[in-house]
Design a protein around this ligand. Sequence first.
Ligand SMILES: [Zn+2]
Length: 263
Amino acid sequence: MTDPYEKSDIEKPINTFLILQSVYSTMIYYVIIRYILSELSLRACLHISLRYPYMIQRTCCTHCLYPIKTCICSAISPLSNNSMIDIIQHPSEQKAAKNTARLVALCAANTQLWLGESATDFIHLKNQLKTQERSVCIVYPNHTAQPIGTLLTQNTLNNPKGWRFIFLDGTWKKAYKLWQLNPWLHAYPSIHLTAVSSQYHIRKAPHDHCLSTLEAVAHCLHHCEHIDVQPLYNCLHKMQASFMGFAPHKPRCNDSAKLKKIT
Ligand SMILES: [Zn+2]
């Protein structure tokens, strides 16, 4: 028999804590699902654009190759840099939706992407470098790398032709592999970047000051040419916003002022 004095469900007091917990859980699930869908959508677009280029008009922007809904073209503006930028990209990075090297190629002038892993994949680049009048510099933090300020100051005095920067694009593990598999790179001077907090938050990095390829390019160009590199950051913020589903955040500080301070 039921207890006549027991309160019915309707009469029980509403447990505010349980309601808040339920709402909070729903919000977390929503963010996670949205993130996963965004990631899958971008990966699908890259995959389609690379394997079936004639199909990309249906689902992806033909310029930036992102899904139409997350097209970043409105954030693209040209960067009139003088330095040449070569990005050696590990094959595993090519289909990564959060690959910032592609954003560099969309904005910066004189940019070339080289896909491969071993030395034989980069024969054309090596040939170009043999007749290069600019000073070639590898941007990679190996044990012989000098601080960026030191080397750039020397070059400004010695070579009016300017710089040709080579970046290694991939996860830190893949970049290290590229460095090991391409000893011909070791013949060129290399630089490491001074500690700057990264604005790239949607990809894992071992430390907060580990920069994405786009940020490394921006840092170099700013030091070398003293140009406004905000167009690069605009693309980065737009891409991050597409992934996270929120409006682009403002830089945590004025990048130009920040970089000048470090110099
Ligand atoms: Zn686009």
